[in-house]
Design a protein around this ligand. Structure first.
Ligand code: PNS
Length: 168
């Protein structure tokens, strides 16, 4: 589906990204090949009480996607469909890790479609090696100074070390 006004296919990859993981990054790389342009849209929602501020989350995504010229990092608050209308984009990309993701994702996709019937959600299946991976799991390991080097890009690993310094 082409976004008529742009003439190119643009999709939004929305999420909390607190912080971005190798699982997210894999979806970003693959989606950036499918769509002409991919906007990674970070939810600015203080009620979720994120570990990383919006600015930190966006900066980390910017750093780890600097080799992808057709990926843009942006933020949104409130309803995703409102942001998409503003940007004139109607495609959403979401990653599916396991069957357990499906119910929530179906609910979200159906809600977004109900709110704006021009909005379509495309699912990409995560690589099996990332099927258990989530930002929450990464934070849990990092909080207790466990190894996260295989789970997140080096920039994020460093940022986590600063959030959870080892006390002497
Ligand atoms: O990374 P996450 O936390 O699974 O991402 C969820 C996100 C940000 C995509 C979703 O919560 C969202 O779009 N929130 C904005 C509010 C909204 O539009 N809700 C309607 C769909 S249920």
């Amino acid at each position: 589906m082409k976004n008529h006004d742009h003439g190119i296919t643009i999709a939004v990859y929305p999420g909390s990204f607190d912080p971005v993981t190798n699982g997210h990054l894999d979806i970003i790389h693959r989606a950036a090949k499918v769509f002409d342009k991919l906007i990674v849209a970070v939810l600015n929602n203080s009620s979720k009480n994120p570990l990383f501020s919006l600015e930190e989350r966006m900066a980390l995504i910017q750093q780890v996607t600097r080799d992808l010229p057709n990926v843009e990092v942006d933020s949104f608050r409130d309803l995703l469909v409102n942001y998409m209308k503003l940007k004139n984009v109607n495609l959403i990309v979401r990653g599916l890790r396991a069957v357990s993701d499906f119910e929530y994702e179906l609910q979200m996709a159906s809600t977004n479609h109900k709110l704006n019937e021009d909005v379509e959600t495309f699912f990409m299946t995560s690589k099996p090696k990332y099927s258990y991976l989530s930002s929450s799991i990464v934070k849990e390991i990092a909080r207790f100074h466990g190894p996260v080097g295989d789970l997140v890009p080096p920039e994020v690993e460093e940022a986590l070390k600063l959030k959870y310094p080892v006390s002497l």
